[in-house]
Design a protein around this ligand. Structure first.
Ligand code: HEC
Length: 212
């Protein structure tokens, strides 16, 4: 029994020694060598800055984001007023889901600025904007992309939660939302005008009204 315990103690001693040795014994080769760490100072270069500027004409080996209209919502610094891609039905549907998930709790499902948070949640310094106000009806699409990407006033940016495509899909959906609350008689195609004044059959039947 005693012999067995001695063996265990010996085994423990060897393990601890090996562990300590592994802490100090390694990393003597390339670990310790003169080098400049990213963003650290350096005496080698004239302005004392270790990180070097990219050489002229260098090309990204990852995805090149040189389409400013798409990635920034701007061309030469000016907000774009047309969508920089073709909008599909699928995009609109995604936009609806994303708007409901990321915006509606503040701006409301219809965009009137009266979401649940505005009604009874956070005590915000300023209320979420009504997306149907004149200034925003007239705003270029790039403005909405910019607000979602970079925030606006007390509204935080959402670029870390939504990728570029998703942000544009929300913008496309906002334009549809705006149109939905800004309908005019002139928007209705001639052939459907008469339907506007027709009393639905079921209502007519229930109330005994004759449909025109
Ligand atoms: C937590 C609440 C909240 C969420 C979530 C939110 N917003 Fe806002 N938003 C605000 C507030 C508050 C303002 C007003 C900011 C100000 O005037 O300082 C605002 C302003 C705006 C404006 C108007 C900017 C201008 O020109 O004045 C737009 C457009 C907008 N939000 C779009 C969105 C979209 C799109 C989403 C979803 C991707 C979103 N917001 C999510 C609270 C929110």
């Amino acid at each position: 029994m005693l012999k067995y315990r001695r063996k265990i103690v010996l085994f423990e001693k060897i393990s601890v020694s090996l562990f300590i040795f592994s802490l100090f014994g390694c990393h003597t080769d390339m670990w310790v060598q003169p080098k400049v760490k990213a963003q650290h100072e350096s005496e080698v270069f004239p302005h004392g800055q270790g990180s070097r500027d990219l050489p002229k004409g260098v090309v990204s080996k990852e995805h090149l984001k040189d389409d400013d209209a798409y990635y920034k919502g701007r061309i030469d610094g000016k907000l774009v007023d047309v969508f920089p891609f073709k909008i599909t039905d699928k995009m609109m549907r995604n936009g609806l889901v994303l708007y409901n998930d990321f915006c509606s709790h503040c701006h409301g499902a219809t965009g009137n600025g009266n979401g649940m948070i505005a009604q009874r949640g956070l005590n915000l310094t300023r209320n979420p904007r009504n997306l149907h106000e004149k200034r925003l009806l007239d705003a270029p699409v790039g403005h909405f992309f910019d607000v979602i990407s970079n925030g606006s006033g007390v509204m935080f940016p959402l670029a870390s939660s939504l990728n570029t495509e998703e942000r544009w899909q929300i913008v496309a959906y906002i334009k549809a939302l705006q149109a939905s609350q800004d309908g005019r008689l002139s928007d209705v195609p001639q052939m459907h005008l008469k339907d506007l004044y027709a009393v639905p059959n079921s209502t007519a039947a229930n109330k005994g009204i004759e449909s025109k």
